[in-house]
Design a protein around this ligand. Sequence first.
Ligand SMILES: [Zn+2]
Length: 404
Amino acid sequence: MEKRNIFLSFIVILGLLAGFHLSQEGRLQALLFQGRENQELEETMITEPRTSLVTVAAVGDIMMHSPQINAGYQQSTGEYNFDHFFKEIKPYLISADLTLGNLEVPLAGKDRQYTGYPRFNSPSELAAALKNSGFDLVTTANNHALDRGEAGVLATLDNLDKYGLKYVGTARNDEEKNRIFLEEIKGIKIAVLAYTYGTNGIPIPKDKPYLINLIDENLIQNDVRKAKELKADFIIACIHWGNEYQRQPNDFQKELAAKVIGYGVDVIIGSHPHVLQPAEKIFVNSEEGIREGLVIYSMGNFISNQKERYRDSSIVLILEIEKDWQANQTVLRNAVYIPTWVQRLAHGKPVYRVLPVEKAIKDYEQRKDQSLSSSDYQKLKQAWEDITGLLGEDDLIKLKTVIQ
Ligand SMILES: [Zn+2]
């Protein structure tokens, strides 16, 4: 009896399988022969996307000198608001899937007194303005992170949390430091790492090395390994390094860049020199064969009170990252840049507007922006020449026009 039961069950299963198979085949047949109305359906089945594209926008140093803090003070309410700093550049930030910049100032709270250079502390409303302007993430590993000591690091992170900005580079504890920043967008996992050369001589408490990520080859290598274990498709490293006001990278930057690309990083975004430095494609021999990576050595000042030539202009860098699902491979499909310039005064009053250079030049010429003076116009044209001269128009990273 038992044997017979087993045999019967076997037959039943076989029958079910066959039925299933036939019904599948039937469906296919039906799809193939049902005529025109099904052609669309067939096409959608065939043209199912094999790639996904994600855009990451990045900017350089977000500085806050005292005149900028004052420019955000609203007499009528007694509060700070910096939204107007970024109003003109917001469309290019908010349209990216992930937008990041280097927050070079602590947001340590009112009690610790707001100050500009040399030891910064800015109102936390700056975080609100960044969030409102399209930023998702800020890097906090830079030489000013400890300007208000450990308390300043912790208060900054609390303020970033409060306004919904993500961060990488500083941490409250070991657990937070060990966590890799990973953002999954349209199925593509993007890791962002951040490190600084130092903290302006302000000592990091010996028992709290987790507070800030210093440039340490072992740490970087480990973080890349962890990111890969988490199945990161693309890794960006933001490194605070280089010589201030030098328009070319130094040997340390070049050597470290090659090592970091070799570890498995795809793009390095540099900051700290307060001026733009060139981009370079790096090829490195690694265990997996020849690895290719892009480095932009310094992004310059995204916003600051520095008015000297080269220090008042910068770029929005946009990375187009593409994943091929069949090959399970993610590449930097394209990198483009939008030149920017900071207008500091309008009709003699402080403004600090980050402007897309190309549009601002046109607005001046067409008298659409009455707040731009002829001296601003000259500086805009100078900035355009300086930026496109350094990065080229159709090289590694391509100039992106903002005029339709
Ligand atoms: Zn710096």
